[in-house]
Design a protein around this ligand. Sequence first.
Ligand SMILES: Cc1cc2nc3c(=O)[nH]c(=O)nc-3n(C[C@H](O)[C@H](O)[C@H](O)COP(=O)(O)O)c2cc1C
Length: 293
Amino acid sequence: MGEHIGLLFFSGTGNTQIVTELIQSTLQSKEVIVDIICIEEIVNQNKVVDMDQYSMIGIGYPVYGFKEPRIMKKLTEILPRTKTKDVFIFETAADFISINNNSSQYVIRKLHKKGYNVFYTRIICMGSNFFMKYDDELIKQLYLSALSKVEELCTDVLSRKKRIKTTNFLLRLTTNILHWFEDECLARIFGKSLRVLETCSHCGKCVRNCPSKNIRIKNKKISFKWNCLLCMRCIYNCPKNAIRSRGLSFLILKDGYNIKKIIESSDIKGKYITKDTKGFMKHFQRYFNDSSI
Ligand SMILES: Cc1cc2nc3c(=O)[nH]c(=O)nc-3n(C[C@H](O)[C@H](O)[C@H](O)COP(=O)(O)O)c2cc1C
């Protein structure tokens, strides 16, 4: 019997969803049956997934504060125990800095305890969706490079190639502290700092779409609670662009973030980094040229 793979993903602003769909279409072109399951449906809507139907599972999420988004903790609690199910983890991030390599450690540990065998991790750079704006040309270039990185990932996982990236103790300790600050302080305070402008039409899109059910609407009044993941989805998807932060607006990209628009635009060619590029972004040359990253 051929492979039947379940891809579980969480995506705040679309990057991880795009990579998940790329993995799906690449695997399908290799005669693999692939189901995509949104992690929010499992965590928030109690969707039950029969893991036994899959020969392998892929789990995808963005890197938040060098580690996993809080929703992944809930997922690892909910997932049923299994007997040696093969799992690969794919993450998306703004950069390929090695400090990001700690982002799968928690998930690997929790899944191992439940009988899953995580044999492969890979970070695909898709650009930054908060704080630091990347040029659209660079985002497109990262997307174009993701096509070949995903192709390689699919070949690797189908042959069960082992690839686990970890960090040393000192980096792990540092990322754990930084992540605690990002997740338990910054994200929650950011959520509570959000307000809607008078232009808000009370359409309820932000309420329906919030992955942590952090936004409420009562008597046409939108309120934000303390459970924000800092995923940025509500802000960039508001039809009236009416959501603002009081005090932490520097985290929000001024012109929003719409990866689909960048990918679909034929004016954006994806030619940002060249061999002559200078400055900070020059380090992406290594990412584009080295297929092992
Ligand atoms: C709260 C937050 C924290 C982030 N932390 C990191 C990080 O530590 N390292 C990194 O490379 N990118 C970081 N990013 C960038 C995202 O990982 C990246 O843009 C990702 O592709 C977004 O995926 P999504 O669109 O599926 O949500 C962060 C983004 C957010 C919103």
